[in-house]
Write a protein that binds this ligand. Structure first.
Ligand SMILES: [Zn+2]
Length: 215
């Protein structure tokens, strides 16, 4: 099944020109692995660059270049697939190994999150979220923007049901709650503009208490 919701065109442009930060690039790469339409669009956006490269006169390839590239590539072990997490191999290769992911349960919700990439302290981050079937991720507010995509299963967000490959954005300052598919639950990949997601209500009180204890 093809994704129905896609990243905005300026995000694909940022990807094509190399302007995307690491969390955004990995999130877009994951969407592209599910979406032939956006992959075609990225191909179209990068075509002028390709034409430019083609116009550069051909230089002879330095002796031993391919051998060096091959030796370098074969020194890296291929990433192992992580059970239940359909991240493309190219994305897994840039992440710390799954054993190093530190999972944090979201109190009383049947959900857990792990930060995979941190761009800079206080900057944006890339998170993996797992929700059990029917789990509710409590209402929370984002000081910065949030972009996400469904990796497996499905999720209800603001009246829409998002399925595998679907892209979603929540503007800075917005708040929402999520409910996972009743049968399959949900895996999602999320880029937070600012990592400090604030839970509201009594879970917010618990979150603030936990953060005081962890310092
Ligand atoms: Zn797409």
């Amino acid at each position: 099944m093809m994704p129905v919701n896609h990243p905005p065109s300026e995000r694909l442009l940022a990807y094509s020109t190399g302007a995307a930060d690491v969390p955004l690039r990995l999130l877009l790469e994951t969407h592209l692995s599910f979406c032939p339409a956006c992959t075609r669009e990225v191909g179209r956006l990068t075509a002028p660059g390709g034409t430019l490269l083609e116009a550069v006169p051909e230089e002879p390839v330095p002796a031993g270049l391919f051998e060096r590239i091959w030796a370098e590539a074969s020194r890296h072990e291929p990433p192992r697939p992580v059970e239940g997490v359909p991240l493309p191999a190219s994305v897994l290769a840039e992440l710390p190994p799954a054993e190093a992911w530190r999972w944090h349960p979201v109190p009383g919700s049947g959900s857990r999150t792990a930060r995979l990439v941190r761009e800079a302290p206080g900057g944006c981050g890339l998170f993996l979220v797992q929700m059990k079937p029917g789990a509710r991720f409590p209402r929370h507010a984002h000081p910065g923007g949030e972009e996400s995509m469904v990796l497996a299963g499905g999720v209800w967000d603001r009246g829409r049901f998002l399925e595998v490959g679907d892209w979603d954005s929540a503007p800075a300052g917005s708040s929402h709650e999520l409910r996972a598919d009743e049968k399959e639950g949900c895996w999602a990949l999320i880029r937070e503009e600012c990592e400090d997601v604030k839970l509201t209500g009594w879970r917010g009180v618990l979150q603030r208490a936990a953060s005081l204890l962890s310092h």
